[in-house]
Structures are given as structure tokens and as C-alpha cells.
Design a protein. Structure first.
Length: 117
């Protein structure tokens, strides 16, 4: 599975940003699609993920101002982030998991999001 992310950039605090990720290649069996982020000096953390059935999980720091959505026909996952804060500055990674006989995890190349105060 290859992942192509887009939508990162520089945004002012209080603004909004939409990240998109498209999966291609061996997309059969995609189960979970989501986004993680890693800020300098910190561990990678969950931003949000959505399962094939539509259930979602959000990281505590983004709950209430972030929405994840996916298009199963197009194998895409989008992340809408509002009310951005400087603490949201990080490299954001698209993540896809497939489940056929075993679970496999794929990562995108990462896209930088910088929120200025």
C-alpha cells in the first residue's frame, strides 16, 4: 500500500486545516485509516482514526475540534482540524492498516503542519 498525503502547511492559531491521504496499490483489506503526529522531541501520537465500519477514535488533545472522515470507494481519509493551536505543530503521518490474515501497518511520508501564534 502506498500513501500520498497532502494539505499540510503554515496556518495561524485559530485557523483551520484539512489533510488528505490517498491509498493506492494493494488496497484490498484496508481496515483502519487514520492520522498520527509527531512534534520535535515527542513521541508519535494518535490524532484520529476511523475503522471500516465508521467508528472513530480521537486523541484527547484534538477532541471537539477535529473530524476524520473516509471514502471507502476512493480509499481516502481526510482530517479536518479547526481552532488550531501552536501545540498542534508537528509532522502529520497518514496511517493505514490492512487485515486479511494478519494485520499490516503502513505509513505515509509525513506532512508538516506549523501553527503560528
Amino acid at each position: 500500500v502506498q500513501l500520498q498525503a497532502s494539505g499540510g502547511g503554515l496556518v495561524q492559531a485559530g485557523g483551520s486545516l484539512r489533510l488528505s491521504c490517498a491509498a493506492s496499490g494493494s488496497v484490498f483489506g484496508i481496515d483502519v485509516m487514520g492520522w498520527y503526529r509527531q512534534a520535535p522531541g515527542k513521541q508519535r501520537e494518535l490524532v484520529a482514526r476511523v475503522r471500516i465500519g465508521g467508528s472513530t477514535d480521537y486523541g484527547d488533545s484534538v477532541k471537539g475540534r477535529t473530524t476524520i472522515s473516509r471514502d471507502n470507494a476512493k480509499n481516502t481519509v481526510d482530517l479536518q482540524m479547526n481552532s488550531l493551536k501552536p501545540d498542534d505543530t508537528a509532522v502529520y503521518y497518514c496511517n493505514v492498516q490492512t487485515l486479511i490474515e494478519s494485520r499490516r501497518v503502513y505509513w505515509g511520508q509525513g506532512t508538516q503542519v506549523t501553527v503560528s501564534s
